[in-house]
Design a binder for this molecule. Structure first.
Ligand code: PAN
Ligand code: ZN
Length: 194
């Protein structure tokens, strides 16, 4: 491994922007079409307003190597798709033995975790909440507020991101709004056999 220089950055706790900024990834609704339960609602949004920005991720530009710690912020814009709140795609780490730490900065949401067998746990996240993602758990975040939900995360450099397992199996629970409240319901499209 090449020696790296120590680097300090400034994190704006209100906007989640890291300065100097490095890699910015934007996730739009078209790339998450099948992740939302209500696919008709997705089509309607695409028709009415175009390709809605759901969330963005600002990360350091470091090699994905064992021994390094990578970090970044995620900003999930407020909104719904049908009854479902805006959320991240969610993933397992490719190396399942790698965990992660999340720190809530602004807004309000949930960190939803799931094992390979479809056991789901959820942690409410607010500014100052430290959410721990143990090894082996897939993780997704959901914005349940009317503000951007912003958090910081740090994970091992060699963790890797496996999106396809979650894309195929989905999460066993959905977070919906009913009567103005956020509730968890069973996901009818959950596919445990992946
Ligand atoms: C986070 C996530 C970030 C975006 O930094 O990558 O919140 O979510 P998706 O990767 O599921 O789109 C993390 O968990 N890194 O490992
Ligand atoms: Zn992760």
């Amino acid at each position: 491994m090449k020696p790296l220089e120590p680097v300090g950055k400034v994190l704006n706790m209100e906007t989640g922007i890291l300065e100097p900024s490095e890699r910015v990834t934007q996730r739009h609704i078209s790339g998450m079409r099948h992740m939302y339960a209500d696919t008709d609602a997705v089509s309607q949004i695409l028709e009415d307003e175009g390709d809605r920005l759901i969330y963005e991720v600002h990360t350091v530009d470091l090699p994905e190597e064992e021994g390094l710690v990578l970090y970044g912020t995620t900003i999930i814009h407020p909104g719904r798709v049908g009854e479902e709140f805006h959320m991240t795609k969610g993933h397992f780490h490719t190396k399942r033995s790698r965990g992660e730490v999340y720190l809530g900065l602004a807004g309000e949401g949930y960190l939803v975790l799931q094992t390979r067998n479809g056991v789901v746990r959820s942690l409410p996240m607010r500014p100052g909440t430290v959410g721990y993602v143990p090894p082996m758990w897939a993780h997704r975040t959901v914005n349940i507020s009317d503000e951007p939900f912003i958090f910081f995360a740090a994970w091992p450099g060699d963790a890797g991101h496996d999106y396809s397992t979650i894309e195929q199996m989905g999460f066993a629970k959905l977070l919906l709004v009913r009567d103005g409240k956020a509730i968890f319901v069973d996901n009818p499209k959950f596919n445990k056999t992946q």
